[in-house]
Design a protein around this ligand. Structure first.
Ligand code: ADE
Length: 266
């Protein structure tokens, strides 16, 4: 899968994309991440990428022309767009263009799974007070927010999205590890333990060394239900629950408010 990232700060990506799993996946040819410096498309002497907002107000707005040239170049119709005075609409057949924005639709594991089906996506990192609305209208397919808070720019959001989508590509992780993880079926993960079996006087749950696989599986499933109930009861509305799951949850306070706290975890 290929990711094209349009950014004013390409240097920010070196750390997250140059280490660990994403680094190895790129070296193995499973991922391609192309960084495009928006500033190289600025045409004036000062290489400016932003300007004052019409109508006044605080902050600066990213200039439409610069972003448009960057997008046109990445999509492969750069010279034509440069020569033309009119707005060439982006080709119908194109990778989805995503704009990072705190006003976008919330990024979720579902969206990550959806995007992971694409061979290529383009991410625009917004900055300053935002981008000229006409770029949004002509060229953006989806505005995406990674949470209800405001970052200094879209770069960190783009890193989060690339990471979450990249790890779903076949071969990037060992297959089993994405199957039973938090959010893929709307249940949080069960607790994990490793050696030593007793650490500083804290033993692991005895069931894990019982050798009884079916009981371990049921215990883990119940831990997922319990954790989700305690931490993210909203997710239970979307999870597929068996009658036995529902009964278990009701016994642990599901359907009564307020939600029980962590001390009821045993
Ligand atoms: N840019 C600034 N804040 C953001 C957010 N929460 N999500 C995506 N892009 C952003």
């Amino acid at each position: 899968m290929r990711f094209d990232i349009l950014t004013l700060f390409p240097g920010m990506f070196a750390g997250p994309f140059g280490e660990s799993i994403l680094k190895r996946a790129q070296q193995a040819g499973l991922l391609e991440i192309a960084l495009h410096d928006i500033r190289t498309y600025a045409t004036d002497r000062h290489k400016s990428t932003d300007d004052y907002p019409f109508g006044g107000g605080a902050g600066m707005v990213m200039k439409p022309e610069v972003l448009y040239q960057a997008l046109a170049d990445v999509l492969g119709f750069g010279p034509a767009a440069q020569a033309s005075e009119t707005l060439e609409l982006l080709p119908e057949e194109r990778p989805p263009v995503l704009l990072m924005s705190p006003a976008g639709e919330p990024f979720t594991q579902r969206m990550a799974e959806e995007l992971a089906q694409q061979p290529r996506i383009i991410l625009i990192c917004g900055h300053y007070e935002g981008i000229d609305e006409r770029i949004r209208e002509c060229c953006v397919d989806r505005e995406v927010s990674i949470g209800d808070y405001v970052l200094t720019g879209g770069e960190l959001a783009a890193m989060v999205i690339v990471d979450a989508v990249a790890r779903l590509q076949p071969g990037v992780l060992a297959a089993a590890s994405t199957e039973e993880e938090s959010h893929s079926d709307y249940l949080l993960e069960y607790p994990q333990y490793t050696r030593p079996a007793t650490w500083r006087g804290q033993p692991i749950p005895a069931i894990l060394t019982s050798g009884h696989h079916a009981n371990v599986a049921r215990w883990r499933h119940e831990q997922r239900l319990l954790r989700t109930l305690q931490r993210r009861p909203d997710l239970l509305q979307k999870a597929v629950l068996s009658p036995r799951d529902r009964e278990y949850l009701r016994r642990h306070g599901w359907g009564t408010s307020p939600a029980p706290d962590d001390s009821a975890a045993s």
